[in-house]
Design a protein around this ligand. Sequence first.
Ligand SMILES: C[S@@+](CC[C@H](N)C(=O)[O-])C[C@H]1O[C@@H](n2cnc3c(N)ncnc32)[C@H](O)[C@@H]1O
Length: 329
Amino acid sequence: MDVSFMAFSRLAFGHWEGQPLYALADLGIPQRLAQARSCADLAAELGCPAEALERLLDCAVAQKLLVCEAGRYGNSELSARFLTEDSSESLLSWIRIMDRWKRPWAQLAEAVRQGAAVDNQAKWLGEDPQFMRDFILGMHQFAARSGPQFAEALKDLPVRRLIDVGGGAGTYSIALCAARPEARAEILDLAPVVDITRETARAAGLAERVTARVADYRHDEFGADADALLFSNVLHQESAGVCRSMLARALRALRAGGTLLVQGYFLSEDRRAPQFTTLHNLSALALWDGGRSWTVGDMQALIAAAGFERQAVLRQESSGFCLLSAAKL
Ligand SMILES: C[S@@+](CC[C@H](N)C(=O)[O-])C[C@H]1O[C@@H](n2cnc3c(N)ncnc32)[C@H](O)[C@@H]1O
């Protein structure tokens, strides 16, 4: 077997593999397969030709997204867990976002040619409420799994009051407050987002201790006397100048002895690894104007220049996902 050819072909065919998943989600098929059904029955409900639908269903069986027994299609463990609305592990919002992003990703060469996003997603966040809701809830669905590790990484820090800047649905604040009965968190985000934040806090039974406030993190002050301030998955969206300004305001918002937390995907110092973060860096180019992935060294230099001390890496994963900390003395 020519292993190099196999690996190369896999890359070349790579964009085929996710398409059946997106189509299943788009057509709402796992939702309609709570009970196993024949293809003809499902095709009649969807109003599509049974022969075309059968090809999709059979490919989904090959990908272990569906099962088929005695001519009736049903959900596999994967689709029941991740592709149905009512599952507590649903990733449907996130899958719809990935589906949407395949279009700007397909124009990556153009993004490189022009050195800017081909379809800036920030614009759609403001203009398309369904996209904004899927984006915020999709990130929550994806990130919620790492919430407990986030809370665990902070176990030695005294955090009674956290400010979570650009906190979205409040994933990490909710994880911290669920693990620490003494903790309270305030999430700062854009106006249309904070209603969703309040919804997720209520659903987690933490509406009293996880609150949300409208703020534009590019210009507004973040507050005062916080024990900890979190930038999770936000600094890669911004230029170095905006990051400097945000770090300066973070210093003002913390009490003496308070902790800055910066979480996100970081590149190796030569910027060529880990592979996932090199893709994340391209996503920042093609989808978001002005963003880029940082190396831990670059980020720590920005943090030190803002006046923070005692820097540490609290968590580091092979994907490049890291949690950095620094103290205001
Ligand atoms: C990639 S999400 C990260 C959400 C969350 N912190 C997490 O780690 O899952 C980026 C967040 O930044 C918010 N955001 C973008 N621009 C912002 C701005 N100018 N002011 C406040 N929040 C902003 C978005 O609404 C979104 O919730």
